[in-house]
Design a protein around this ligand. Structure first.
Ligand SMILES: Cc1ncc(COP(=O)(O)O)c(C=O)c1O
Length: 411
């Protein structure tokens, strides 16, 4: 098992929450990383240092604290953009991946698409990448096409994709499925989409914690990212967007900060990312995310990926030996993320989650905001464990042993 390149003892010591005992005295084993990751001390202290030492509004006043807040906000933008292999002028701060996708729907698609334009989605999209397009379809009549998944291999049907992309204006695809852990062939998707004349929006909420997302190099047109799944705080994320495309976007929310002038007769707007960042910025959150990428940058993302994938692969192969357990996805695939979705044939998923919680294991249960995928898999929900950088083989072993015990006792 190739997990030695990460010093797990040191990494874990940076996450105070991992010491936590649950009210029943059990040691917490946090396996809900695809929902949100835990935060290292450096992120927590960067945010509290801002509140304790230079809390102030940014881009407004001319006093020392305001200068410090503005500098910290913009330095974080530079560091985050740099982490994603692009320039700060191509990064719009949002509240997360959901807002980033809605921003594309409101500010780009409403201006540049009209009735009968085609938007291609997949059956494995998160609701954040489905509902905005359904709404747009209701409003302006775009056609939404869904690429199916192959329910044997749990991968996208790329033959169907090649057909669906023909005549499309926009292709919106999840980089890595939050349910299946499957990493889609995004290089091929970008190439096929561009050669058909379609722009590409990638939902990298799950990809960014596992893989180095290099925006300029990957050549997608829009990338949505969430900070809270990659050691950063909740309430912030970004849309990465090519500058020449940003120039063809119009305002999303309007009000303070995004304007240049306002008179009784009307208003003029800022240019670039400032046009889309309305009201008081997410200053503490940006500072926290800046600290998170600085922390994550100390590691080679290939090491992070292989650690997480090894844990998922080993755990899934052991789980397959437990009678009645069925795994949805292919966690043994080297490209996959650390998510393992599963069900037991007789124990209800909610009951299973409660039994696992009793044992100290924080596991996600439900439709994972991916109901069309649940329909394709013909299940109402799944249980999902998802690993990240600080999880250990010992935790995985404990989980497998505990799951065996629960299944033996309750099935
Ligand atoms: C694949 C995917 N897309 C989008 C989102 C929404 O991200 P956010 O919480 O940043 O809005 C999630 C969150 O679970 C996700 O897993």
């Amino acid at each position: 098992m190739c997990t030695m390149t990460l010093n797990l003892k040191k990494i874990r010591s940076e996450f105070p929450i991992l010491e936590r005992k649950l009210p029943n005295g059990k040691q917490l084993v946090y396996f809900d990383n695809a929902a949100t990751s835990q935060k290292p001390k450096c992120v927590i202290s960067a945010m509290s240092n801002y509140y304790e030492q230079y809390n102030s509004n940014a881009h407004r006043a001319n006093h020392t604290l305001a200068d410090e807040a503005t500098t910290a906000l913009e330095t974080a933008r530079e560091n985050i953009a740099n982490f994603f292999g692009t320039s700060p002028d191509q990064l719009i701060y949002t509240s997360g991946a959901t807002e980033a996708i809605n921003l594309v729907a409101f500010s780009w698609a409403r201006q540049n698409l009209s009735k009968d334009d085609i938007v291609v989605l997949t059956e494995m999209e998160h609701h954040a990448d489905i509902v905005p397009w359904q709404q747009l379809s209701k409003e302006i009549g775009i056609e939404v096409r869904y690429v199916p998944i192959d329910t044997e291999t749990f991968s996208l049907d790329m033959e169907a994709f090649s057909v669906a992309v023909s005549g499309a204006s926009l292709v919106c695809v999840v980089h890595t499925s939050n349910v299946l852990g499957v990493r889609n062939p995004i290089e091929q998707i970008i190439q096929l989409s561009h050669s058909s004349g379609a722009k590409v929006l990638l939902d990298c909420a799950q990809g960014a914690p596992h893989e180095k997302i290099l925006f300029d190099e990957m050549n997608a047109d829009f990338v949505a990212i969430s900070a809270h799944k990659m050691a950063g705080p909740t309430g912030i994320g970004c849309l990465l967007v090519k500058k020449e495309i940003m120039d063809h976007m119009s305002p999303f929310m309007t009000g303070g900060s995004m304007i240049r002038t306002v008179t009784i007769e009307g208003s003029t707007f800022q240019e670039g990312h400032a046009m889309f960042e309305t009201g008081t910025p997410r200053i503490a959150e940006a500072i926290g995310w800046g600290a998170a990428v600085e922390w994550l940058d100390k590691f080679d993302m290939h090491d992070v990926h292989s650690h997480v994938q090894n844990l998922a692969s080993w755990t899934a192969s052991e789980m397959r030996k437990i009678p009645g357990i069925r795994i949805y996805g292919n966690p043994e695939n080297k490209q996959g993320s650390g998510a393992v979705s599963f069900l037991h044939e007789t124990i209800q998923s909610l009951d299973l989650a409660l039994f696992l919680d009793e044992g100290g294991f924080a596991v996600r249960t439900g439709h994972h905001c991916a109901q069309p995928l649940m329909d394709a898999l013909n299940v109402p929900s799944t249980n999902r464990i998802s690993f990240w950088i600080y999880n250990t083989m010992e935790e995985a072993e404990m989980f497998v042993e505990y799951l065996k015990y629960v299944v033996e006792r309750f099935s």
